[in-house]
Design a protein around this ligand. Structure first.
Ligand SMILES: Nc1ncnc2c1ncn2[C@@H]1O[C@H](COP(=O)(O)OP(=O)(O)O)[C@@H](O)[C@H]1O
Ligand SMILES: O=P(O)(O)OC[C@H]1O[C@](O)(COP(=O)(O)O)[C@@H](O)[C@@H]1O
Ligand SMILES: [Mg+2]
Length: 335
């Protein structure tokens, strides 16, 4: 359960729009539902859905949503508004064009559901054009500074765990070592949480450096001495696409026979967990409440169970730190 802030409505908006941007995440749909229903039930006359993130904004692919438009989506993965990565939005002239499209349609404010990149776009849009924006953290990566949680993280972790529990069965039967790659190009939050919760022997994340050779030698020695009849190594994909294969290759050189399993985009799909539906619904409704209370240029996130606002400037200028003590729990518990 979350604690919601008490916000007094001091502004009135006739018309707002929302979009989902960046990598989709399970829970974006309930967040859309939360925004649309809260807005229409709080006196905002029109809510527009923008298709394909910032791409649909700059091509004016914008359509009116009603309360019925968001029926039966709370349990669905993906995003009914579709998502995209739109590189043109990094250009100031394109953002000015986007703002003009919103003005032409009399849309007075924008709610952006996405990850850290999407928040950078949202911040620049309001800073340069004055269009009020509110951001919601929608990413499986959980890498938004200032918010303990993001919409989709819990579901992605549980999807990976479900797969790894199955891998563990066959790993035990054959006394094999598995290298399981999870998502997270720049961050190891998924890998760490998944690694701890599946009882992994080792977790590898982009945040903490390691020596590939030493690591493989230790692993091979442990297995040669009969430690562990099965093994699960959880590896965050990181920036280097070949990392998991390189670890496998080194282990093979040391006489091991590791199997690779890349979970990939499976983690981005599926029905959002109860936790993510609750988080998304509360954040969606709160985004509207913050907007009506006169806030702008903020991300609505969650800290210690309380819905909070974080300035977008802060969100985009900081990096969320993966706590070393949490990361070390894996090593501490596997023996
Ligand atoms: N620095 C930036 N300036 C303006 N727009 C940006 C910036 N970074 C990202 N965006 C916009 O946000 C989109 C999503 O960002 P991305 O990093 O791919 O995903 P996420 O928001 O999930 O982290 C980009 O495709 C682009 O349209
Ligand atoms: O599907 P794509 O575009 O290859 O992106 C993969 C990346 O997207 C994510 O799933 C989510 O990242 P974002 O939320 O920043 O978009 C990362 O974990 C992964 O590295
Ligand atoms: Mg991101």
């Amino acid at each position: 359960m979350f604690t919601l802030p008490h916000l007094k409505p001091i502004k009135s908006y006739k018309s707002i729009a929302l979009l989902t941007s960046g990598g989709d995440s399970p829970g974006m749909n309930p967040a859309i539902r939360g925004v649309v229903r809260a807005a229409l039930n709080s006196g905002i006359e029109s809510v527009y859905g923008i298709q394909r993130g910032y791409s649909g904004l700059i091509t004016a692919d914008i359509h009116k949503l009603t309360s019925r438009s968001v029926t039966n989506i709370i349990q669905r993965g993906g995003t009914m508004l579709k998502s995209a990565r739109c590189l043109e939005f990094k250009e100031p002239a394109i953002r000015a064009q986007a703002a003009q499209i919103l003005r032409d349609k009399n849309i007075e404010a924008l709610i952006v559901i996405g990850g850290d990149g999407s928040m950078a776009g949202a911040h620049l849009l309001t800073e340069e054009t004055g269009i009020p924006v509110i951001g919601l953290p929608g990413t499986i990566d959980n890498d938004i500074p200032g918010s303990d949680d993001t919409i989709g993280f819990d579901t992605a972790v549980n999807t990976a765990l479900d797969a790894i529990d199955k891998i563990r069965d066959t790993a035990l039967s054959h006394e094999r070592l598995f290298l399981v790659e999870v998502m997270g190009r720049n961050s190891g939050f998924i890998a760490t949480q998944v690694g701890i919760a599946c009882g992994a022997e080792l977790v590898i994340v982009p945040e903490y450096a390691f020596d590939l050779h030493d690591l493989c030698v230790t692993l091979a020695q442990q297995r040669a001495s009969g430690q562990g009849s099965s093994g699960i190594i959880v590896i965050a994909e990181g920036k280097d696409p070949g990392l998991t294969s390189r670890i496998a290759y080194q282990l093979e050189e040391l006489g091991q026979d590791p199997k690779i399993c890349i979970l990939g985009h499976i983690q981005r799909g599926g029905s959002p967990s109860g936790h993510d539906r609750m988080l998304a619904s509360c954040l969606g409704a709160s985004a509207v409440h913050y907007l009506l209370a006169g806030f702008n240029d903020i991300l609505v996130g969650v800290r210690q169970g309380t819905i909070v606002d974080i300035p977008l400037r802060k969100v985009i200028s900081e990096k969320k730190i993966l706590d070393r003590n949490i990361f070390d729990i894996t090593t501490l518990l596997h023996k």
